[in-house]
Design a binder for this molecule. Sequence first.
Ligand code: AMP
Length: 400
Amino acid sequence: MKVLVINAGSSSLKYQLINVDNGEVIAKGLCERIGIEGSMLTYKPEGKGKFEFKQDMKDHTDAIRMVLDALVDPEIGVVKSMDEIDAVGHRLVHGGEKFNKSVIITDELIKEMEVLTPLAPLHNPANLMGVRACQAIMPNTPMVGVFDTAFHQTMPPKAFLYGLPYEAYKEHMVRRYGFHGTSHMYVSQRALTKLDMPKEDTRIITCHLGNGSSISAIKGGKCVDTSMGLTPLEGVPMGTRCGDMDPAIVTYLMERLNLDKKGIDNYLNKKSGMLGISGVSSDFRDLEEAANNGNERAQLALDTFCYKVKKYIGAYAAALGGVDAIVFTAGVGENDRGVREKVLSGLEYLGVDVDFDFNNSCPRGEEVEISKPTSRVKVFVIRTDEEMMIARDTAALTAK
Ligand code: AMP
């Protein structure tokens, strides 16, 4: 079964065509600058190189049309006709409390997503543009929505409630939802296959560390807590997002810096985190390089990040009543050996015994165990694959 996975942002659209039966990625790519001058489609059919097409895309419908044209192209295409695409799986960011699993996309679901738009004002409308574009061009192909928030819906109220009046939750939907759920689910499921113990007893902490970062506590395969909140701003400091802080800082800085709502939102989402602390970059590769060249603020940003990740691991070990496995994933978690070393050193008291030599030399892009064979807590580096998870869910819901 062939599933087209779509991850639509406001001006970009990532896609992958996946054969779910054998796990093969048949083609993948990206549409950039949709609705902006200089639009471009990148198309990578498996084994046939990489192609770039510069052509105006005035909206997401134009973008999807270009993607499909490339996929069915007689020379560089990978399928004979659109009919070979059995289903489309859409990454949808915010499913609120309504969606605790993936669902077939219907008009009703689109209306529900619109109700949730205030919770994800940038993401949900962009995701829906991708859905509508596919519906317009492939009206007879079934579509599935896979929510970033769904995996976290198993959190108990004590974990998802904030210390606010209960009405904030009941009337205004203010609670912890969590994000990166598809990634946390994928890597925790992979870790489960590596733990020689009954699933219901397992306690796993998954660290999705990338440009955006979140950490989850997973008991018996179900999420019981996660670091991102109502929005993806909460948790550890990220590339440009501030992460946890005293909420009073918001009004304090609005006054001191004369910022309006938009101004403070931009300050906390775009100017903070690693970029804000270091003044160098939001990219961990740049930070590592600058720190190695003696830049103290780059080093401070890295130290702050690793310290906060370590604190979450401690907190979640307490929430889970111990820990059997810690998983590192996403751009930083999979690649930045220095971050992993700094986060994991000093956790011996928890039963974490890492082979730091192997951590520094292990192959990238593979699933590896970096703890010593005798370590009570297993530490894994697992490449995340949200697209595969979306494709599998889509296939499961639409298979005839
Ligand atoms: P993601 O959001 O998962 O795509 O991750 C993006 C982040 O991963 C960026 O901050 C990159 O700097 C970081 N990253 C990617 N490759 C490496 C690497 N080899 N070493 C350190 N950080 C990396």
